[in-house]
Design a binder for this molecule. Structure first.
Ligand code: OXD
Ligand code: MN
Length: 596
């Protein structure tokens, strides 16, 4: 082991940082404090230590070099929205879509839970940056944690170590993040955000989405709040570069609720004839976009993350070969099946034939014959973005990429057509605000229960959602060259409940129309809900199951369903009281009038 383990030599003389770390240590009482420098040797030592204790397991070095398996506690396998709090000083500033607790009360409660919580453990100090260190987009943070899994995951998902400490210098402008597994007690599990103090405290969990504090906690919840103060947007969006046969690369940002295929869209493989014509795809990000207005009046985006924290089940050589390739080295797999024959991993949907000598996600002997799933449905891979075969050359750009189009989408069986375009920016904000997904017969029993998830930010907006919409409207006024705003729905079903649109790589056919609308002024059909493609303008060549009738059906707008939809939106909007921007009410009224 190197001398970096078990030492507590601080990497900084920043007294405010040191005092805060000292205060946390006084409460949590770790045995030692270790600063994470980012040195690969230090990370390797920690990997060895965790493999020694069983926290991690090494996988087949030839087939999966540098990869490890991690199992979380079975009571701790997903984000916990009911235990997630926005602790603004005024309750009304958290808004109706967030849990709230008074900050003083929450600090007192959490300090009580954390008391002695790290006894017998090391507290690691992880300096991390969201986006490229030194770039105008960068936000710095320190995460204190008693988990080596968290240290190694943060080293994949964010830029860490000495350069971040140097960039912070003596400044107090960094996010304070505290994570402790404590006892992994679900009753005392809290993911608490203090936006006005730039602070996050996450206790009693070891699951990625709750404990990798740079991701949902900082890059969305706190960053959305900071974006409102500072005039930019933090969004739950993938960023995709599309190169056409003329060699022009254009970028779109797209927001979808969880489980709607964001990672697949972000890394799609174009249909064969598109590849032949010269189309190429570049992944800039699969989950989060930070958007700022550039000097040229366009909207510029970066992905503040450094890796992918993707859902494993369903990822395979057909659905997302790029993601699969990305997980082939230096990846942490969580809660997947371990194949004992060759010390590799497996999950439902990876291959048709499951391993026969295997352990399930809980580490118990398992075969598919048991009828139980081997991998947890929310099992994950944490993989470096640099592994991705289609990662964008602009991935590490300090100025980001210019956004041509913003795309919203949900999972709707009937109401939303394959694609439509908003009439202008404010209408686009309206379209984003009414985003929704429906439960399907297969899942919940009740068909068509609509869950609104505005801009896919329902679990991630760090302040009042009404003010967030207001901020979108204000941003629109400041963007000289606004991206066009679209809505897509890959999930329309036929009478038999089967998806009509093939999805995956074929979604590029729709993206092509979106780019033509954004740049080339191609004609569109004016409908009550927005601008729609002429059916002939969506390329359906070489598709077996989509002919002219099918595409017309996919683009059909059922006026009665949309009238009902507007009634439902009215009820939804009523929950936001006087913080609902008047512009959105105007858009709702205008849509109703067009539907008459
Ligand atoms: C995620 C999510 O993990 O949206 O990205 O839940
Ligand atoms: Mn997400």
């Amino acid at each position: 082991m190197t001398s970096s383990i078990g030492t507590d030599n601080p990497m900084t003389t920043n007294t405010r940082m040191l005092n805060w770390i000292g205060d946390v240590a006084k409460i949590a009482k770790p045995t030692s404090i270790v600063w994470i420098t980012g040195d690969p040797g230090q990370l390797e030592d920690l990997r060895n230590e965790a493999c020694g204790t069983g926290e991690l397991e090494r996988l087949n070095e030839e087939l999966l070099p540098g990869c490890v398996l991690h199992r979380s506690n079975p009571n701790d396998v997903a984000r916990v929205e009911d235990r997630t709090f926005i602790c603004s000083h005024k309750k009304e500033n958290a808004g109706p879509t967030n849990n709230w607790m008074d900050p003083a009360e929450m600090y007192a409660k959490l300090n009580g839970i954390l008391e002695g919580g790290m006894t017998g453990r090391t507290m690691y100090v992880i300096p991390f940056s969201m986006s490229v260190v030194g770039s105008p987009f960068a936000k710095y943070g320190i995460e204190l944690t008693d988990s080596i899994y968290v240290v190694l995951s943060m080293a994949i998902m964010t830029r860490i170590g000495k350069p971040v400490i140097d960039a912070i210098g003596d400044s107090d402008d960094f996010t304070r993040g505290v994570h402790s597994k404590v006892k992994l007690d679900p009753q005392d599990r809290y993911i608490a955000h203090f936006p006005e103090d730039n602070t996050i405290i996450s206790l009693n969990s070891g699951y990625g989405g709750n404990v990798l504090l740079g991701k949902k906690c900082l890059a969305l919840r706190l960053a959305s709040f900071l974006g409102k103060q500072e005039g930019w947007l933090a969004e739950h969006m993938l960023i995709l570069g599309i190169e056409n046969p003329q060699g022009e690369v254009r970028y779109v940002a797209a927001a979808f609720p969880s489980a709607c295929g964001k990672t697949n869209l972000a890394m799609l493989i174009p249909p064969a004839h598109y590849i032949k014509e010269g189309w190429k795809i570049y992944c800039v990000g699969d989950d989060i976009a930070w958007l700022r207005i550039g000097e040229d009046g366009r909207l510029w985006a970066v992905n503040p993350e450094f890796g992918f924290f993707g859902v494993a089940p369903g990822t395979n050589a057909k659905t997302n070969p790029n993601a699969l390739e990305t997980t082939k080295k230096n990846t942490i797999f969580t809660n997947v099946v371990k194949n004992l024959d060759d010390n590799t991993v497996w999950w439902e949907g990876l291959t048709d034939i499951p391993p026969t000598n295997a352990l399930n996600w809980k580490g118990e002997p398992w075969t598919a014959a048991s009828g139980e799933k081997g991998a947890h449905p929310n099992s994950r891979f944490t993989a470096p973005a640099e592994n991705c075969p289609c990662v964008s050359p602009e991935f590490n750009s300090t100025k980001g990429v210019p956004i041509s189009a913003i795309i919203f989408g949900g999972r709707r069986a009937k109401t939303a057509p394959l694609v439509y375009q908003s009439r202008d920016w404010n209408h686009g904000v309206f379209v984003g605000s009414i985003m929704a997904s429906e439960t399907t017969a297969a899942k919940e029993g009740a068909v068509g229960v609509v869950r609104r998830d505005p801009m896919a930010m329902l679990p991630f907006c760090g302040y009042h959602m009404g003010d967030y919409w207001g901020h979108w409207i204000e941003m629109g006024k400041k963007i000289k060259h606004q991206p066009k705003i679209f809505n897509v729905n890959w999930f329309r079903t036929n009478e038999q409940g089967k998806f009509i649109w093939p999805g995956f790589g074929d979604n590029l056919r729709v993206l092509e129309w979106i780019l033509k609308r954004s740049h080339d002024g191609i004609d569109a059909v004016d409908t009550p809900i927005g601008m729609m493609p002429n059916p002939k303008d969506i390329d359906i060549s070489h598709l077996d199951d989509v002919n002219d009738d099918v595409i017309r059906d996919l683009l059909n707008v059922d006026v009665d369903l949309w009238k009902q939809e507007m009634e439902n939106v009215k009820d939804f909007y009523a929950g936001f009281g006087d913080r609902l921007p008047k512009e959105l009410m105007e858009e709702l009224n205008a849509t109703e009038n067009r539907l008459k």
